[in-house]
Design a protein around this ligand. Structure first.
Ligand code: ZN
Length: 167
């Protein structure tokens, strides 16, 4: 039996796709979180942005939070620059081909409500929400080795296991 281990920090996930006006496209289009974050320092404040992209790849920086630079902080004026905090995408069929038996996802942090079915269908790129709901109901997707409902709210320290089998 082989297990593919993943660690997810759900405070870094913004699963809701959103629509907004893209200046370059000239119309309202869907934007997706690229899971890249950027910090800009401006005087005493440090701004953190999520980089969103439209389908054509135009970017929009969504302001996430402002942090105060405190006295003694190392180089508060220096921008932290671009860094990736991405949760890697999961491709179920690739894992199926490698002969993996289980995917185990350890949830490190949760900040707000994340539905189990929605969260998994957002991150597992080749599995529909309907398939995921079916697997949760069948018990081939479990949380802490227990049967749960598709609308289960994921909690910090939860362990999600997915039995990898033909779909
Ligand atoms: Zn655009």
């Amino acid at each position: 039996m082989s297990v593919h281990y993943l660690k997810w920090d759900l405070t870094k996930v913004t699963p809701e796709p959103m629509e907004r006006y893209c200046r370059q496209c000239g119309r309202v289009v869907p934007f997706e979180d690229s899971f890249r974050r950027r910090q800009n320092a401006n005087g005493k404040d440090i701004y953190e942005y999520a980089i969103y992209k439209c389908e054509k790849g135009h970017t929009w920086n969504k302001k996430l939070q402002t942090m105060k630079a405190y006295p003694g902080m190392i180089n508060p004026q220096q921008p932290a620059g671009l860094f990736s905090e991405s949760i890697p995408e999961v491709w179920y069929r690739e894992l199926l081909q490698t002969g993996i038996t289980f995917i185990q996802i350890d949830i490190e942090y949760v900040d707000k409500r994340h539905r189990l079915d929605l969260t998994l269908s957002t991150r597992i790129k080749d599995m529909s929400r309907e398939t995921i709901q079916k697997k949760i109901k069948q018990g081939t997707i479990q949380v802490n080795h227990l049967h749960v409902a598709p609308n289960y709210s994921i909690r910090t320290k939860d362990t999600i296991t997915i039995l990898v089998q033909d779909i």
